[in-house]
Design a protein around this ligand. Structure first.
Ligand code: LLP
Length: 484
């Protein structure tokens, strides 16, 4: 039996000496897990102790992670995850339609009567099924490529509800947006405004444009996800926005539809959002002073979600009221571009344990999902809750392990130094929070075909993307004739 003092917790954390894990936890669970996590603050990376909270957190609030607990096992939308794994194999992404719908409605309701449009950020999860579900709920789309435009349209999203963001749009992509047509092309530079105007002139149309401004606000998130800082590649400066808005007003081929901004992603505090709105208000006042009145105010995406039981995301009902209050006198349509908020905790990545390994200093649980299926831990040191699909008892014995995939990279881990219940070959695990930026960032590295996607809904499930075979991957390629 492992005792807590043997677990050599990092300094500053709560230690309980002389008690075995099971004795201690039996006495204090679930209080202990809460105290433990509080003692180290909200975990933002692979904190070594917060796994204690994972299965407890999921038992406490399964809906937060898009699942249900039925007889101690994880289900999603009335379907057992084990049943799905048996049917489709692992690794596999499973999405909860109910969770996505509930999140969509919560955000829309938070904005109340205020005229608004939720343009779902397709990059978070571009599954046709997810897009169709959101289209049926009335969502528009925030796209960043011609590919995403085609995906959104194919799933039934109305072109007039599509906004096109992104720092490098090609002429072909601009043409596709202009001929669809879409609600607005979000301009990222003076050069891009010139190109969009030229393409609109060539096509004989008027381009609806939004000016994406960079408010220079620190959103307090991972540096790779902070897009609204002055040194980021995104957006145009406030000063330049006035000049470009005036240019758009004078051109017969441009129409200023929107002022937009997006300050970053996985933002856990309303403060940076509200600060950026304040800056936008200043810009809008200046524009109005010059007789320029765009129809739409697009506030971007970025609302964070909890990747553990202890993180406190922005309360959406309060946030909605704050947005409405901050913009009520502007008389503009509001657009938000939520991605992760809608789908992040609607998805789990199911994976099976291949085996175990004991190294000199660490123990490894080797699973059949890897960084090619979920790159976030490797890329951002992101923390995803991981639990056995058959949940451990709260008193289960714990060990410290790295949960790693089979890919030949040291960065191929799903969790590092987690306290985890003992699992062995064949055990089924759920990696939670995998609904956003999971499949869309997947690759076939190490010739590992992209894992299938499944949507669960109301007691049924459907494979929405079949697993490809290696033969499929090879068939996509050709060997040049001179090598025949
Ligand atoms: N709008 C724009 C212009 C964006 O660039 C993004 C995300 C969104 C909306 C949606 O942001 P969300 O609501 O999902 O936070 N791969 C990273 C996230 C990158 C986000 C990029 N832009 C991750 O796995 O955390």
């Amino acid at each position: 039996m492992t005792s807590l003092k043997q677990l050599s917790l990092p300094s500053g954390q709560v230690r309980v000496h002389g008690m075995t894990t099971s004795n201690c936890l039996r006495a204090l669970t679930p209080l202990l897990a809460v105290v433990y996590v509080r003692a180290v603050g909200a975990p933002s990376s692979n904190s070594p102790i917060d796994n204690v909270a994972d299965h407890l957190a999921i038992r406490r609030n399964p809906a937060q992670f898009g699942v249900e607990v039925v007889d101690g096992s994880l289900w999603m939308d009335g379907v057992s995850l084990r049943t799905i794994a048996d049917a489709v194999g692992t690794p596999a992404y499973i999405y909860s339609a109910a969770h996505i719908e509930a999140r969509y409605r919560s955000l829309s309701e938070a904005l109340g009567e205020r005229q608004h449009l939720l343009c779902y950020a397709v990059k978070a999860n571009s599954s046709q099924a997810v897009l169709r579900l959101l289209a049926k709920l009335g969502a528009g789309a925030d796209i960043v490529s011609g590919g995403e435009l085609q995906r959104a349209l194919a799933a039934g999203i109305d072109g007039k509800k599509i906004v096109f963001s992104g720092v490098g749009k090609t002429d072909a992509e601009i043409d596709a947006a202009l001929t669809t047509p879409i609600k607005a092309i979000h301009i990222e530079s003076a050069d891009e405004l010139t190109r969009v105007e030229a393409r609109a002139r060539a096509l004989g149309v008027v381009a609806p444009v939004g000016l994406r401004v960079n408010p220079d606000i620190d959103p307090d998130t991972h540096p790779y996800l902070a897009t609204g800082l002055r040194d980021s590649k995104f957006g145009i400066t406030m000063g330049q926005a006035v000049e470009l808005a005036a240019r758009a007003g004078q051109s017969p081929h441009l129409e200023l539809e929107a002022i937009t901004c997006h300050i970053g992603s996985q933002i856990m505090d309303a403060g940076p959002f509200l600060a950026s709105y304040e800056r936008l208000r200043g810009l809008l006042a200046e524009l109005r002073g010059r007789g320029i009145q765009p129809r739409t105010l697009d506030l971007g995406g970025g609302l964070g979600i909890a990747y553990s039981g202890e993180e406190q995301p922005v309360d959406v009902a309060t946030f909605g009221k704050q947005i409405v209050e901050a913009t009520k006198d502007l008389g503009m349509q509001l657009v938000l571009e939520p991605g992760r908020f809608l789908v992040g905790n609607a998805g789990v990545l199911l994976t099976r344990v291949i085996g175990r390994k004991r190294g000199e200093t660490r123990s490894f649980v080797i699973v059949d999902a890897a960084m090619n299926d979920l790159v976030r831990p490797a890329l951002y040191a992101a923390r995803h809750p991981i639990v056995p699909v058959t949940l451990p008892e709260p008193t289960a014995e714990l060990e410290r392990v790295d949960i790693v995939g089979p890919v030949c990279e040291c960065g191929d881990f799903l969790a590092e130094q987690r306290l985890f219940t003992r699992v062995g070959a064949g055990d089924l695990l759920a990696v939670c929070g995998a609904g956003a930026y999971g499949m869309t960032m997947a690759s076939t590295y190490n010739t590992r075909p992209i894992a299938p996607e499944v949507m669960a809904c109301d007691g049924k499930f459907a494979v929405t993307r079949a697993r490809k075979s290696v033969a499929d991957l090879i068939a996509e390629e050709t060997i040049p004739a001179w090598l025949a």
